[in-house]
Design a binder for this molecule. Sequence first.
Ligand code: UDP
Length: 479
Amino acid sequence: MEFIGHILIFPFPIQGHVNSMLKLAHLFDLSNFHVTFSVPSNIHARLLAHTDVNSGRFSPRFRLQSFPAGIYEGAIDSKEGFMELCDSLNRIAKPFLRECIAQKRNFSLPFTAFISDFQLSIALDVVGEECFNLPVYYFRTISACGFWAYFSLPDLFEAGELPIKENGIDSSPITKIKGMEDFLRVRDLPPFCRDEDLAVLFYTETRLAVHARGLILNTFEDLEGPILSQIRTKCPKVYTLGPLHAHLKATLASKSTHSNSLRQEDETCMAWLDSQEPKSVIYVSFGSISVITRQQLMELWYGLVNSGKKFLWVMRSDLVAGKDEETPIPLELEEGTKANGYIVGWAPQEAVLDHPAVGGFLTHSGWNSTLESIAAGVPMICWPFFADQQMNSRFVGEVWKLGLDMKDVCDRSSVEKLIRELMEKRKGEFLERAENMGKLAKQAISEGGSSYCNFDCLIQDIIKVNEDMRKPLKNVLAS
Ligand code: UDP
């Protein structure tokens, strides 16, 4: 088969990022590209342990590659942990990637594109310092609204809307993010805006997007069109390819997906869902990183049980901070859970959201979870933690009206009230809107749809830029 290109993919090494970038890698693999997917050794080991990434899913053109040891593997729900991870990627991944590109350069499968996640500075430095002549594409796995907010942060500092000084719930308006002037409040901004170092790190990396050959986003035009128009004023080449999980499923013409889980999925919940009434279950999951206090756990639990609704809850082993194993669970919660609930440590989430019994999703508004819910036509209750989650939940509640934004509160009566509202009082209204948006998501990834066509455009761009880059060399050789 003719060589059409070799793509180096460098995801930020956490579940949500690895998941969507691996889906993109799979789409490239199905389009006959060679793909090298570079991750730290712990992620490498977990992918091998919990997925079929190295056993038949991909063609032999796909290669999963591990960085040398030493990349930070601890928790990243604190500033220190997050900075430590970024630093270690700079120290270890950057020289490794440089070496890797240099080595391949003179052999039969040279890299022809570099797709980088969050830390674009690494990719641009590596390519720029060595004059590698390799186009760099920026793939942000967050929402377009999150991306645009990060990009706009310097304008907020300049206008005095940042930094945020006080703690607590602040509903004052934010007016300096174009396209969001009418509905954005301080409490909808990413929490890192309270820390100037982090805010600078996030907007500096994000603004480097203008130096990339193109920006790839896991979203679709019908969902985030107005914000995408704003982004295109700064980055003209934006390729929206999402929802990627649905895009991949459609390309594979398959109902099921390959899991990209870094944890063992508990499939038993699917049989439990099979025994439930249509649209009767609220699925509860806060993604792969978020941590809650024991008090929040109890409030959520009481809210769920008191709502009287059926619930499927992902209670990760590391969900609760400083979990006190000895503290007994109150009898009424145990009994309520036995009657109406099912708890797992990690679920096959895409399949859960696609199950006919699921009628609502209590989510932390991580972007993958949000898109998976949208594609499945499932309304949401949003309880965001960090990064773009606060923005996503505002858009879910206020712009797309696909659910309710619980943000900043977590007491048992609010949880109960919101569940009843979503699953009972306003059920029809939310389901109708969510199902309509789900249809638009499916159209986007179907033949002729925006995400489908954008993927073709991206492929053509990668092929063309390499032809253009090689032209002068060919001309010299020919003369
Ligand atoms: N996920 C899963 N099983 C679970 C919980 C989450 O497979 O029990 C997957 C979910 O489908 C999503 C990813 O983990 O693709 C979480 O990504 P997201 O962006 O929503 O949140 P993050 O983990 O990055 O905070």
